[in-house]
Design a protein around this ligand. Structure first.
Ligand code: CA
Length: 422
């Protein structure tokens, strides 16, 4: 469905010079979608495509006549593939469009963004098996994974109203917490504020209520992927999560990257979905040939931190986590779509499915401080002498993601950054 075609050709260069720079997140082979306007303006947000260090104003090219990203996402994949081809051809070096499209470019440094689409509903899954195991061990040392984990993609319904775009500050939440030696909870600011390294899967075409999406058809309903930080207040979570699961520990804010990298762009970065022999094989409705052959996304991920002191001293952010979605995700995006709709639930264009924390199996690849500090017991030592168990006011967290393979041009997901305010 999302085939490798001329738009992925590593030899294709753009007349936008910065798109040809080695290491750029946004070469002509990527072409992710977002919503932008000039910084500080009161203009309506418009649909843009990132290319090099520029944004291509898509309506100004004449290729679309709408500013409604959700309408664009709701198109059938064949139409999306066509649009991608036209954008790619127009941006290709020596294109006749250069003279007119030049005027449709805006430097990214002059832009501000909003969440990339209208997100009607947001569901967070729990596909990171190493995360689920490590966190489970903190609470249940003998039985870290619940018996359902390897059978059913675990998830809960989150809240869309508090999703924010990268660069938005995050206010430390208040809530009820129960101190270890206390008899009664108290209300106050969270003392165990954490991040969660996730991918967000954006729904394209929706389904009618009562009409499940089969596994073989699931990717036709996926629009693309973006970085997602599911900020979490661990002390609020520990007190409130039983019996109904996450609530105020999660819904105060989550940060998304401005850009959605499309399934089309990700075509060269797919990997097989496998299950260990000793693990239960997926039930038939979650199992399909295409999913087996290329259900997984080969995306590399990292998290960086810059404390207020580092920022004042002009020190660059340092890496906390470096891992791979491939190493972390127990279920594929297609399986999440199929499972979400198996009961007849209707998804709509722009809905967001969080992957769950994508902690890898290797040292240094844990996607949350809860894991990196063994539940807050072992602090992380930063190069400037500071330590962290959980996030302090003034800390900036930056999520990054990218794909790279031999013979293919590297593409990136941009970043999802946020600074904690007290
Ligand atoms: Ca989460």
């Amino acid at each position: 469905m999302y085939e490798i075609d001329a738009t992925h050709d590593p030899k294709r260069k753009s007349w936008v010079e910065s798109a040809n720079a080695a290491g750029t997140d946004f070469p002509i082979q990527n072409l992710p979608f977002g919503r932008f306007r000039l910084s500080g303006s009161r203009d309506a947000f418009r649909i843009g495509v990132a290319v090099g260090d520029q944004v291509l104003d898509l309506r100004a090219t004449g290729l679309i006549d709408t500013d409604d990203m959700n309408a664009l996402m709701n198109a059938v994949p064949a139409e999306r593939v066509q649009l991608r081809r036209k954008i790619s051809e127009g941006l290709t070096a020596q294109s006749a469009k250069q003279a007119t499209w030049q005027k449709a470019l805006v430097p990214q440094s002059a832009c501000e963004y909003t969440v990339p689409c209208r997100i009607g509903d947001y569901t967070d899954f729990y596909t990171g098996i190493h995360h689920a195991t490590t966190v489970g061990k903190l609470f249940r040392p003998d039985n870290p994974l619940m018996p359902n984990y390897k059978w059913v993609p675990i998830g809960y319904h989150g809240r869309a109203s508090s999703l924010v775009v990268s660069g938005t500050t995050v206010k430390r939440p208040n809530g009820q917490t129960l101190a270890p030696d206390a008899k009664a909870p108290e209300l106050g600011p969270s003392k165990r504020l954490d991040y969660e390294l996730e991918l967000g899967y954006y729904i394209g075409q929706g389904n009618a209520q009562g009409s499940p999406i089969s596994i073989d058809n699931a990717e036709a309903h996926l629009f693309g992927v973006g970085l997602f930080n599911d900020w979490s207040a661990r002390d609020l979570q520990a007190w409130e999560y039983q019996p109904l699961g996450p609530f105020l520990a999660k819904n105060f804010s989550s940060t998304v990257a401005p850009w959605i990298v499309t399934m089309e762009a990700l075509a060269p970065f797919r990997s097989p979905f496998t299950r260990a022999k000793d693990d239960p094989q997926p039930l038939p409705y979650l199992d399909g040939q295409r999913n087996r052959e290329q259900g997984q996304l080969d995306i590399l991920l990292e998290v960086l931190i810059q404390t207020a002191r580092m920022r004042e001293a002009g020190e660059a952010p340092i890496r906390l986590t470096h891992g791979s979605a491939l190493d972390a995700a127990y279920w594929t995006a297609a399986q999440l779509v199929t499972h979400h709709t198996v009961n007849g639930c209707n998804l709509q264009a722009g809905d967001l499915l969080g992957s769950g924390t994508l902690s890898g199996s290797t040292e240094g690849s844990a996607g949350s401080l809860l894991e990196l500090t063994s539940g807050g017991k072992i602090p992380i030592h930063l190069p400037n002498g500071e330590t962290r168990t959980f996030l302090q006011d003034g800390d900036t967290l930056i999520l990054r993601g990218w794909c790279e393979r031999d013979g293919v041009v590297r593409i990136g997901l941009g970043e999802a950054a946020g600074t904690i305010l007290g």
